[in-house]
Write a protein that binds this ligand. Sequence first.
Ligand SMILES: [Zn+2]
Length: 329
Amino acid sequence: MSRGHTGAMSDAPRTLALEHLRAAPGERATGMVPVNLGSATVQIPVVIINGARPGPRVGATAGIHGAEYVSIAALRRVAMSLDPAEMTGSLVASLVSNPAAFAARSIYVDPLDGRNLNRTFPGDPAGGPTERLAAWLYANIIVPSNRFIDCHCGDMNEALVSFNGIEETGDPDVDRVTLAMAQAYGLDYLVYGPTPGSTTTAAAAAGIPAVLGEVGGQGLWPEQDVALHAAGLRRALHAAGLIPDPGDGPRRTTRVLHAEAWLRSDATGFWHPTVGVGERVEEGQVVGEVQNAFGATIRLVHAPMPGVVLFIVSSLAMNTGDPLLAIAD
Ligand SMILES: [Zn+2]
């Protein structure tokens, strides 16, 4: 359903609005929202749901990285299946937050300027395309919200264990809500730590409880992964105070991890990891090697710390400066 602007008479105090979209209490509205990025205008599919009763506003994004399909499919499923009559508060969901990256099947970056959107928040409305996109999402989805959820997965070239990410703000009220949402989301691991320039770090800096969810990857969207992510999202929305308990059955056992190390390649060649996602490694252990075109080892890659392998780049092609894998403990 797409609802046009219906004039000032409909803008009663409890009407939820975003650009041209309007939803009265108990209504859902959907539509493509144009965002001017300077060199191009993109169309972002947005769902706004105004619950029957007033309550917290929850902002949610997927597709910040355009080829992370499990998260895009899961947020779309949840946003289109919630019953506004049962909701206390509102949801504003951006289903494909970087449309140019989605269309180009682009890994990591926005093809309009080659920048990583999730390292660009809170953005700059007078900057380049990715900075403008970040600024629009920050102003329209993140800042007006009382709680924020960003849905990701491994990119087209990444395999990962399922995990939630949060950080501590020092404000006990914010941190309590953040932790409750992350525990309800309930993926395999809960990883603490800021990621400068990311949606969730920008939200936390603005005093908004914010949770990252990561399930699946490698350019696939198997039903098992979409269902796992969607169930976690619904539980997090319940913890946010938005929807009744979805009663999704037993949770996974979440393990908490604090320190995190991202390994990047200092060589270009063929990447051969020797560990798997979710595997426990020791400090100094060989976790993979970069080979030249003829199979000779040009770099051995060692774990800089003990911990669990969170994600692994799964493409054979490797470039200097590219991520290899991440370890957390
Ligand atoms: Zn991502």
